[in-house]
Design a protein around this ligand. Sequence first.
Ligand code: ZN
Length: 93
Amino acid sequence: MTPDSRFPRKIRGSVVVQRRRCGKQSCRCSDGTQLHESIVLSYSQGGRNRTVMLAPQDVAKVRVAVERYRSAQADLEAEGNAGLAALLARRAR
Ligand SMILES: [Zn+2]
């Protein structure tokens, strides 16, 4: 496998189930009781919320990558907060 074909290690966003009408009047979804469900990645970009449909075989991998991103983000934030606290402690002397 080339590096480009590997699945992303970290992905920003949330995996959610989207339920909606397809728009066809004759479809079972038209009365709003049996909506189509698709699993999407919801993310914000440029101040807008967006979604991208996920292929069924990718859902588990995307969930893992999203979790990995969140974990890394939490670690980075903790590190940054510790750095800030250390700086403030130096200035307080
Ligand atoms: Zn439909």
